[in-house]
Ligand binder design. Structure first.
Ligand code: IVH
Length: 684
């Protein structure tokens, strides 16, 4: 089959005869180039219609020639609706975080520290600190092969299929000059405009809103269906190149090369020599960021030379060659219209200020958290007060002060409610605690619903087919009143629910059944006992091994477990002393949930490190710090944070912190490297 195509104006292809496969390759290259012009350079050279026509032509040809399939074809940017669990991938280079500062003095300290340590001339590269979700992209032979989230810094989720839909991320590089293998890291962002539209849609559909573009971007990246990701128009800036054959010795120069290869590198990136130049960049960006189409929360300052970076090295968590300067949170002043009360999963009642809508850091703020009754007292809040609202690093804006206004005393003073706004029960306050809570845990609807939401959440039982809307529906129809009811749900009842097809009902039942294999520590976390987060649940499960021993443990026995204090122990004890909770456990047990550590975990436990107090320091090659931590615990040892006389030894990796090293030498604490440590565990 021969093809004739002509478009002289854009010099696409003029009167060339070619077969379909050649045309496919050519169209792919052409569309990659136009994508780059549009999404990276912001300078399209063809109209949207022309672009769509080329795309349609490619789609048709690919359909006719299925053997030409390429996951990096521009047609694949629309995603696929195949549902997948994300594969966990070990990062080749750990994804570390940056030391933070909020003051220019600390930036100066950083500058002087670097100067002293290098004792030589140096340059700095200043960049925006993008407020999105970080990603590591691997390219091989010029093609994107893998995209992995930060995860815990050691391992992340493989979200390649979703990342392929982001049009500013090149699937194939146009240049032949790039190294054959490299990684590039950056931030995936949701522009403000997309964020606003998305939240408006979610509001209309009664879905929970995303608190900020960062959460929206990371939530989107974790969607199971990449066609949905494609619809959300994410964007990405890259800021860090890694590999054995980088083009330059300077970080800035590498970024500029990456821009040539097709990556989106911010134009707000600049090289500085002096501290004054760095400060000038900070001041410029603090103004400019307010007009940018996406969120930023500071600037990042990096030593430019890779050789000097290497010389400066890393602490356990972050590089010594870089620092993040965070912008001061933006504040706004607005009128306090009323206060409403939110009842959380554990019954804690949180006051929420309803405000006259005000523009703050790119979004309209209508509500702010007041945290607890003490804040209302502290600010002596009255309806109609002009309050200062701040959006810090955290999602929910908070009230940070009141502007003095006339006539405050004549206006209604805000008094914290004495009874639960949802069920009318008298609120109680524990001695020494700021929060009031509703003790009616088995009859107060928002608490019950939130407990079910927590139970099914990803880190708990991971029944991901069940969102808040479904829970609301099941709860209000009386089909699910507590978490044990989930396991007796009849699919026949569910298909009659609004917006629930046979497929969704089946998925839900499958998800519920699969949750029976969730390990004991997560079941314990899922129960939602006050103060029992993931870490505490893990510690308790490891120490008591099954629910029966935990249920019969005394407060003191629980407090004997590392990091379990009186507050937690009392709460767990109280939970298991209530008849209704014992009944709940019985029903869950009857349903087949896991209430003991698996035999594999139990079998692996030894007492080889019994009585040993071990500090972990430095960077390791064979396992992550968390893995070493788990090994220590599994073999009966105790992982502690700081070196003291009582420390048995330091499990020491590369670049161990100098202060720890000094202390170890002074106290005569031995250092054990990872090979020696692993050998220690191997020994019988
Ligand atoms: S460099 C080893 N550059 O900030 C340091 N990070 O706390 C690698 N971030 O997880 C990071 N903008 O998600 C770097 N221009 C920038 C950045 C940036 C945003 C994020 C990134 C990282 C976090 C560090």
């Amino acid at each position: 089959m021969k093809y004739i195509f002509q478009n002289k104006k854009h010099n696409l292809v003029s009167l060339i005869f070619m077969n379909e496969k050649e045309r496919i390759l050519e169209l792919r290259e052409l569309l990659h180039r136009h994508n780059h012009n549009y999404y990276v350079l912001n300078a399209p050279t063809i109209s949207d219609m022309e672009f769509d026509m080329l795309m349609r032509e490619l789609q048709d040809l690919e359909e006719k020639n299925p053997d030409t399939f390429d996951a990096n074809s521009p047609t694949q940017r629309v995603g696929s609706d195949i549902t997948k669990e994300f594969k966990q991938v070990q990062h080749k280079y750990p994804m570390l975080s940056l030391g933070n500062t909020y003051s220019k003095e600390e930036v100066a300290d950083f500058y002087n520290r670097v100067k002293r340590a290098l004792n030589d001339d140096f340059e700095l590269c200043c960049e925006l600190k993008f407020d999105g979700t970080s990603i590591s992209l691997t390219y091989s032979q010029g093609a994107l092969v893998q995209a992995v989230t930060r995860g815990d810094g050691e391992k992340g989720d493989d979200v390649t299929a979703n990342v392929r839909t982001i049009r500013s991320i090149p699937l194939r590089l146009s240049s032949r000059d790039c190294p054959s293998e490299f990684e590039i890291r950056g931030e995936i962002l949701m522009p403000w405009s997309v964020f606003d539209t998305l939240n408006n849609e979610r509001k209309e559909n009664g879905e929970p809103l995303f608190a900020n573009p960062r959460n929206a971007a990371s939530g989107t990246l974790k969607l199971q269906d990449s066609t949905q990701v494609a619809k959300r128009s994410l964007d990405a800036y890259l800021y860090f190149l890694l590999g054995d054959e980088l083009p330059a010795e300077g970080h800035y120069e590498n970024l500029m090369a990456a821009a040539q290869w097709g990556f989106k590198i911010s134009e707000n990136t600049c090289k500085c020599k002096t501290l004054e130049q760095v400060f000038a960049f900070i001041d410029r960006m603090d103004v400019k960021r307010k007009t940018l189409p996406f969120a930023t929360d500071g600037i990042v300052i990096k030593v430019n030379s890779l050789r000097q970076q290497k010389h400066l090295g890393y602490t356990a968590k972050s590089p010594r060659w870089a620092i993040a300067y965070k912008f001061q949170a933006e504040t706004a002043v607005t009128r306090l219209n009323s206060v409403s009360y939110h009842v959380g999963r554990t019954g804690v009642v949180t006051p929420v200020a309803n405000l006259e809508p005000v523009q703050l850091s790119g979004t309209v703020v209508k509500r702010a958290s007041l945290h607890n009754s003490d804040i209302i007292e502290k600010f002596n809040l009255h309806i109609g007060d002009m309050v200062r609202v701040e959006k810090g690093g955290e999602i929910i804006p908070k009230i940070t002060g009141v502007e003095p206004t006339d006539g405050q005393e004549q206006r209604e003073k805000i008094l914290f409610v004495s009874h639960c706004p949802k069920c009318g029960t008298m609120l109680v306050r524990e001695p020494g605690e700021a929060a009031y809570y509703c003790p009616n845990d088995s009859g107060c609807a928002p608490q019950q619903k939130a407990r079910i939401e927590h139970f099914v959440s990803r880190d708990a039982m991971n029944i991901d087919s069940m969102g808040p809307e479904t829970i609301e529906m099941l709860y209000s129809l009386g089909l699910v009143k507590d978490v044990a009811d989930l396991y007796t749900l009849d699919p026949a009842d569910m298909i009659f629910l609004p917006r629930m097809g046979t497929k969704s009902a089946e998925n839900m039942v499958l998800g519920i059944a699969a949750s029976k294999n969730v390990p004991f520590e997560r079941v314990l976390f899922a129960l939602g006992i006050r103060y029992v987060g993931e870490t505490v649940a893990k510690r308790l499960a490891t120490a008591f091994k099954n629910i029966d021993s935990l249920m019969s443990a005394t407060i003191q026995q629980m407090m004997d477990v590392e990091e379990i204090g009186e507050r937690i122990a009392t709460s767990v004890h109280r939970f298991f002393s209530q008849e209704k909770n014992i009944l709940l456990i019985q029903r869950l047990r009857a349903a087949g949930l896991t209430f003991e550590l698996s035999s594999e975990v139990l079998g692996e436990r030894t007492e080889k490190l019994k009585g040993k107090s071990i500090v972990i320091s430095g960077v390791f090659e064979k396992h992550s710090r968390d893995e070493y931590k788990a090994m220590i615990e599994k073999h009966g040892g105790k992982n502690v944070g700081s070196v003291s006389k009582a420390t048995s030894f330091i499990l020491a990796g590369e670049n161990m912190g100098p202060s720890k090293m000094e202390k170890a030498q002074k106290l005569g604490v031995p250092l054990v490297n990872e090979d020696e440590f692993l050998a220690m565990l191997e020994r019988e």
